[in-house]
Design a protein around this ligand. Structure first.
Ligand code: ATP
Ligand code: MG
Length: 646
């Protein structure tokens, strides 16, 4: 850290907030930054007025670093704030438009969704679930995942959603970690026309578990399943006679709303604890200002409820704003590569929030797919999950945003609960590849090892200097790991995000990637993510994963795994061209020793490149915990290719 970084990945382009967008934006007065900076607590307190409380707080913040309590003494219910509050004006407005891979569409108005949620809340109560009991939800993106989450929130039972594509063992580990007696799942679901037997995965995973008492099973795919007597219950049967109203539980601000495990990109997932009051204020506020949610918007976040993005920016934030959600349970290339654009056209989606991994895939497929559809209803597009390289940003802006939509690149984490760094689309001039500015009320900085701010243009560690309402409260059952991971880098009150970043002369943030992913070649230090950003700016490259292989002489040598764009042939010429490209854009010292063509890279289930796995492959070492990996076959294929190298 600390040395000048390569500038070539930065794009010179600037995009001003479009005038017509700014004119009606929820945030269009730059003073919002000043006001929030002067008194962040007051800023959050003002925004807390948009949430309905049974009892107001006595104190906005109690900060005993690294422990925070927000809206101390306040009482509220998160489900009530997502549903009941919208009944006054929006009872018949769609809360959810759901589409399955096979094309089935279901719509729920706010009052219909509330009714389903109340019914399931009553079911949970009948099953003996009490305030404070953790309920595990292991469902694909079907309406019942949202219904279950909100039902839990209604009765004060924290949920722990486990991504549906995880294995039965991954599920079992999380159930054990959370000591969760109740599980909600389904018979199966289909992906690209192939059936995934979810209930069988459950049976295998929890076979030896003594913890799980009851398993509620949604009949979704109609595949055959075995129901265990006394344990397994059909959702549709138990919902049949369930009462349609259920008083929301009065929750304390600091009662746990949910437990969410991180994606596991860097190691064993951490069970992140989020509480109620601060989280609701934070997600309601950020959704309103960053996604500019308005009365008529049709908002589609393509994330899964198995990730934090699905919690904060499908369920809690948008519903607390009375938004109409679109969700899609399926693959982006089924039946064909225009599925997303088809969905946007048919449902007239106005706001799209997706991930760089998806955007790079769309780039790989080419612009003819979106061009087949009228996607001109879009007015704002967003990105989350990884650094978005300027090339992908520009492609997204041009081909999906049709050159007119502001792009919000949003940096945040499971631990932060809310978006921390992002443009405000009616205010901020954006720069492709930069997440721009900290959200009002957030003090972000780039620090060196000693905790001093680095000069503009220099790489350092991304840090948050002040507390925020939806900050992680602890790692479930592992307070030590909480302190050690996030607070011990500097002074126990500055949050260490684990990401590298730099700021430019205008103070804009450029997130580089995880700090543990640094390659050291002959005394030079290069961030993997930075290197990859340059690789993918080459027109033939769709994706790249770059790691160091230990080398006696040079410390490390560079192994570069590359997926080419559709239509580009693998050849020695391309390798040569890519090497020259690296030399020119980074420097001769960074010349990759090996370029390995890969049909796919090892990724987490949320689509992030797992460099630690690539690194293990390059170094012929044990890759460690692979439970969060998307496709284990990829690892084998790359191992074979790597072993063949001389
Ligand atoms: P684990 O913590 O288990 O390794 P993870 O960090 O991938 O998993 P998440 O909390 O889902 O789990 O992801 C947060 C991380 O994603 C951030 O720390 C950052 O590395 C990356 N990220 C998210 N949004 C952005 C963004 N807009 N720009 C750059 N990086 C981003
Ligand atoms: Mg992380």
């Amino acid at each position: 850290m600390g040395e000048k970084s390569d500038k070539s990945q930065e794009s010179e382009a600037l995009f001003k907030a479009p005038k017509d967008f700014a004119a009606n934006a929820n945030a269009n007065d730059p003073d919002i930054y000043k006001i929030a900076e002067q008194d962040p607590e007051k800023f959050w307190e003002m925004n807390a007025e948009n949430i309905e409380w049974y009892n107001k707080w006595e104190k906005v913040l109690e900060w005993k670093p690294p422990h925070s309590k927000w809206f101390v003494g306040g009482k509220l219910n998160a489900c009530y704030n997502c549903l009941d509050v919208n009944l006054k004006e929006h009872a018949n407005k769609n809360a959810l438009i759901w589409e399955s891979e096979s094309g089935e569409i279901r719509k729920y108005t706010y009052s219909e969704l509330l009714e389903e949620v109340c019914k399931f809340a009553n079911v949970l109560k009948d099953l003996g679930v009490k305030k404070g009991d953790i309920v595990t939800i292991y469902l694909p993106m079907i309406p019942q995942v949202i219904i279950s989450m909100l039902a839990c929130a209604r009765i004060g039972a924290p949920h722990s959603v486990v991504f549906a594509a995880f294995s039965g063992e991954s599920l079992a580990t999380r159930i054990e970690n959370a000591n969760s007696r109740i599980l909600v799942t389904c018979d199966g679901y289909s992906r690209r026309g192939k059936v995934v037997e979810q209930k069988n995965k459950v049976d295998d995973g929890i076979r030896s578990s003594e913890i799980v008492d009851k398993v509620v099973v949604v009949k979704h795919q109609q595949n055959d399943v075995r129901m265990k007597d006394g344990r397994d219950i059909w959702w549709h049967e138990i919902m049949e006679g369930a009462g349609t109203s259920c008083e929301p539980e009065v929750m304390d601000s600091e009662d746990m709303l949910f437990l969410m495990y991180t994606s596991g990109t860097t190691g064993k997932p951490k069970g992140i604890v989020h509480t109620t009051g601060g989280y609701m204020v934070a997600t309601q506020t950020t959704s309103k200002f960053i996604f500019d949610l308005k009365e008529d918007d049709i908002y589609w976040c393509t994330a899964d409820c198995g990730w934090i993005t699905g919690h904060s920016y499908i369920v809690y934030g948008p519903l607390a704003n009375g938004t109409t959600l679109v969700t899609y349970e399926g693959a982006p290339d089924y039946p064909d590569k225009d599925r997303y654009w088809d969905i946007i056209e048919r449902h007239k989606v106005t706001i799209l929030y997706t991930a760089p991994t998806a955007i790079r895939t769309f780039m790989k497929w080419g612009p003819s797919w979106p061009q087949m559809h009228d996607i001109s209803t879009l007015r704002l597009i967003g990105s989350v999950g990884e650094p978005i390289n300027p090339g992908a940003w520009l492609w997204y802006h041009e081909n999906i945003g049709l050159g007119k939509c502001p792009v919000v690149d949003t940096w945040w984490q499971t631990e932060t609960g809310m978006i921390m760094i992002s443009a405000l689309p009616g205010i901020t001039t954006t720069k492709p590849g930069s997440a721009t500015m900290a959200f009002p009320g957030i003090k972000a900085a780039v620090l060196d090892d000693k905790g001093n701010e680095v000069a503009p243009g220099e790489n350092g560690y991304l840090a948050i200097l002040n507390p925020w309402p939806s900050m992680v409260r602890t790692v479930f059952g592992n307070e030590e790991r909480f302190i050690e991971t996030y607070w011990s880098k500097w002074d126990n009150k500055t949050y260490f995000a684990g990401d590298g970043a730099k700021r430019d002369d205008d103070g804009y943030f450029w997130i580089i990637g995880r700090v543990d992913d640094v390659i050291k070649v002959s005394g030079h230090r290069i961030g993997s993510a930075e290197f990859e950003s340059i690789m993918v700016s080459h027109p033939s490259v769709a994706e790249a994963g770059v790691v160091g292989k230990e080398d006696e002489l040079r410390g490390e040598i560079i192994y570069c795994y590359v997926t080419l764009r559709t239509g580009v042939e693998e050849s020695e010429d391309i390798k040569k061209e890519l090497r020259t490209y690296v030399e020119r854009n980074i420097g001769p010292f960074a010349r990759p020793k090996q370029i390995i063509f890969a049909d796919d890279l090892p990724k987490t289930r949320s689509g992030k490149i797992m460099r630690r796995v690539l690194k293990a492959i390059a170094n012929e070492k044990d890759p460690g915990d692979l439970t969060t990996l998307q496709d284990p076959d990829v690892v084998q294929a790359l191992k074979e290719k790597t072993m063949k190298l001389e």
